[in-house]
Design a protein around this ligand. Structure first.
Ligand code: TLP
Length: 348
């Protein structure tokens, strides 16, 4: 039996409709601005996010880096959460490539930043300090239980940014999951962001690609940054075609992933040795913490693998499971049973 792959929603395969659209896509050289399919995808992304324009990029990492490089110059500072994907998982790219200084404040368990802590982190105009330019938020917040950031919080953050003349970037890799969980359109979650990146290749199941959305001038400048990073792609419409199908057909079903994640969390929270609050699971990401006496997470991952379930170790006593297209309710039941076997065998 094929293993149940819960390592990430990035493992999703394109749908048949995506493969058909890719084969049929009308193409051109997008560096010359001549790929009509990329143009359609960018227009659709701009429309869905309520922004003037959008830019197609190969990955979420590049989408974030391009956004930061467009907002900030060398010696500028961004304020972001200590658990932010940009800070934690992107090689410090903005510092490495752009000389942009990261200033972290602690993420709260729901993915937000305490706005008073943010206010205190904003630098006064003083030659000792970098210049604070940008606040970066993440919605949903990957390392904070996949929590969605609601409009009210985003509005407060935007008001704070406006007080100090700062911009806001939202890493919205899973913004459609946030919209689904909160019951609001993506446009509402994007309204307070100067730039928003989102991914096609996670829960939306496209094979490749992310978008950055913002005003026309920002996207024009972002296009230059994409080019210097080597992200100018030629007949990219072959990828964009799948992205269009993703946006048109794959957002409405995300509720199913959220229900599966909730069921997984409920099933696991009953098992001895596991610490997990199912009420904290609002989207498609489940973090599972183990009691102190449990074997190391990497060992549990190996044992689960032998039982046909793949997950990721995200800490010495923590693993992550992500639900996505292709994972059924039956798979969730099998996954819970595999955890049961492994936890029992490890004496918990
Ligand atoms: N996240 C991946 C890993 O890098 C951890 C995953 O499996 O969850 N922003 C957020 C919030 C992300 O979760 C990710 C990918 C990215 C950006 C980067 O996207 P890609 O992988 O397309 O560069």
């Amino acid at each position: 039996m094929a293993s149940i792959d819960l390592r990430s929603d990035t493992v999703t395969q394109p749908t048949d409709a995506m493969r058909r659209a890719m084969a049929a896509a009308v193409l051109g050289d997008d560096v010359f601005g001549e790929d009509p399919t990329v143009g359609r995808l960018e227009d659709l992304a701009a429309e869905l996010t309520g922004k003037q324009a959008a830019l197609f990029l190969p990955s979420g990492t590049m989408a974030n880096l391009v956004s930061l490089l467009t907002h900030c110059g060398r010696g500028d500072e961004i304020i972001l959460g200590d658990q932010a994907h940009i800070f934690y998982y992107e090689q410090g790219g903005s510092a490495q490539v752009g000389g942009i200084h990261p200033r972290t404040v602690p993420n709260q368990p729901n993915g937000t930043l305490d706005l008073e802590a943010v206010r205190h982190a904003i630098r006064p105009d003083d030659a000792h300090f970098p210049r604070t330019r940008l606040i970066a938020l993440e919605n949903t917040h990957n390392r904070c239980s996949g929590s969605p950031l609601p409009p009210a919080y985003l509005e407060q953050a935007a008001a704070l940014a406006a007080d100090y003349g700062l911009k806001i970037h939202v890493d919205g890799a899973r913004i459609f999951n946030a919209a689904e969980a909160l019951g609001v359109p993506v446009e509402r979650l994007a309204a307070t962001a100067d730039s928003l990146s989102f991914c096609l290749s996670k829960g939306l199941s496209a094979p490749v690609g992310s978008l950055v959305c913002g005003d026309r001038d920002f996207i024009t400048r972002a296009r230059r940054q994409r080019k210097v990073l080597g992200g100018g792609m030629r007949q990219a419409g072959v990828l964009a075609a799948a992205g269009i199908v993703a946006l048109e057909t794959m957002t409405a079903r995300l509720a199913e992933d959220h229900a599966n994640a909730r069921h997984l969390a409920q099933g696991l929270s009953d098992l001895p040795g596991i610490q997990l609050d199912p009420d904290g699971v609002q989207t498609n990401i489940v973090y599972i913490n183990f009691a102190a006496a449990a074997p190391p997470a990497v060992e549990i991952v190996d044992r689960l693998n032998l039982e046909g379930v793949r997950v990721l170790a995200t800490g010495p006593a923590q693993i992550r499971a992500v639900t996505h297209y292709g994972i059924s309710g039956n798979d969730i039941a099998r996954a819970v049973a595999a955890f049961q076997v492994v936890m029992k065998a490890s004496g918990r």
